[in-house]
Design a protein around this ligand. Structure first.
Ligand code: ZN
Length: 135
């Protein structure tokens, strides 16, 4: 079941250029950075209430984030909903004839399990499900 909004992903060319805005101007709580090799991204997380802002910097030109920035420029990349059982939610979504990019969850940043819906099925808004580990 989807329980709440978990984070908003923002594609950036370079974390260093954007960290000060979120940390020092908006004064959001900086949770640190993480590298997700599978996705070829470096991630910086900020907490604001129950929601997080996820800055995504590509670590390779082959990264999906590098391709996104090449096509659309920097900006909002995806919206992530938190699931309490990602496998069950994926099954339910597929049963409703919605296409998934990931039919099985994969590893996200900070020990999460994530799966993306296909943007053609979600009104071009790239939509992620994520299940957090024990906090
Ligand atoms: Zn995300």
């Amino acid at each position: 079941m989807i329980t709440k909004l978990n984070h908003i992903g923002i594609a950036v060319e370079n974390l260093k250029n954007h960290l000060p805005f979120y940390r020092d101007v908006l004064n959001l709580e900086f949770k640190g950075t993480d590298i997700v090799p599978e996705q070829k991204v470096k991630v910086a997380m900020f907490r604001v209430g129950e929601v997080q802002i996820e800055l995504l910097e590509p670590t390779s030109p082959e990264s999906p984030i590098a391709k996104f920035i090449g096509k659309k420029g920097e900006g909002i990349h995806h919206i992530a909903y938190q699931s309490d059982n990602i496998e069950a939610d994926i099954k339910e979504i597929i049963a409703k004839n919605i296409r998934m990019i990931d039919e099985k969850p994969r590893e996200g940043a900070h020990g999460t399990k994530i799966a993306f819906l296909h943007p053609k099925s979600s009104g071009k808004v790239l939509t992620e499900l994520c299940q957090v580990g024990e906090e």
